[in-house]
Write a protein that binds this ligand. Structure first.
Ligand SMILES: C[S@@+](CC[C@H](N)C(=O)[O-])C[C@H]1O[C@@H](n2cnc3c(N)ncnc32)[C@H](O)[C@@H]1O
Length: 224
């Protein structure tokens, strides 16, 4: 690696650390601590109680924001699907964007954290071949991390057909002209993120695929 690249990486890492500290300072620690006390044993690691480690997960989302260059961009309209605790939209808002979220309204811990972080979250359960709810606006960027709405871990895991419906709905109804989409998949029981048919579907529609990350720099191929 060239010296200048190395220097850039060091500075960027330092900047991310500073950002993380600044973000954590904006959190009501006393309220967060009572949430942690209440929910820490409800669904222990690898269950959802792991998300109570706010430093770890907020740091993870700061890295994500940097990967998407959201620390440099201005005033983007962002939707985070299956947001869980809402850490990603919180980080987006910290960088001056307008982020909203979607998730089911069934998990008391996520509900408490969403409220604490003051995330604008629409309650909705995604189902195959069902359109998303009306958000009343279009987005520059749609993200979904550690996706479960594709029936992750189940026999009826989404195939290319369900993904096509979902992506066409996003492209036709909820993404701005140059809107972008990042999908981050979970590993399935066979340890793979996708089979070859799903991988070809993503690639043929213009995605850059890097292990679990499926990134669409544009969604024109889904516009009908
Ligand atoms: C593993 S968590 C990931 C949370 C968050 N994206 C993150 O990376 O920190 C999966 C999230 O997807 C949500 N989810 C699962 N099935 C869903 C569905 N059918 N519709 C909407 N959200 C769903 C869960 O409620 C949970 O918040």
């Amino acid at each position: 690696m060239k010296f200048i690249e190395k220097l850039h990486n060091i500075l960027s890492k330092q900047q991310r650390k500073n950002d993380l500290e600044n973000i954590l300072q904006t959190i009501d620690t006393a309220r967060f601590d009572s949430c942690r006390e209440l929910y820490k044993d409800v669904d222990p690691y690898p269950g959802s109680s792991k998300y109570l480690d706010i430093r770890k997960w907020m740091a993870d989302k700061v890295v994500e924001a940097y990967r998407l260059k959201l620390n440099k961009a201005k005033n983007l309209s962002i939707l985070d699907i299956g947001t869980g605790a809402g850490y990603f939209p919180y980080v987006c808002n910290y960088y001056g964007h307008d982020a909203m979220a979607l998730d089911m309204n069934i998990d008391p811990m996520y509900n408490a954290l969403i409220k604490l972080l003051n995330i604008d979250r629409l309650a909705y359960e995604i189902s195959p071949y069902q359109k998303l709810p009306d958000f009343g606006k279009k987005f520059d960027l749609v993200t979904a991390y550690a996706i479960c709405f594709n029936n992750h871990g189940r026999d009826d895991l989404w195939t290319a057909s369900e993904w096509r419906f979902f992506m066409e709905d996003l492209a036709n109804n909820y993404l701005k002209e140059n809107g972008k989409v990042l999908l981050v998949l979970n590993r399935e029981s066979n340890s793979l993120y996708y089979d070859t048919a799903l991988l070809s579907f993503f690639v043929q529609n213009g995605a850059k695929v890097d292990n679990d990350r499926i990134y669409f720099d544009g969604v024109n191929s889904f516009r009908t």
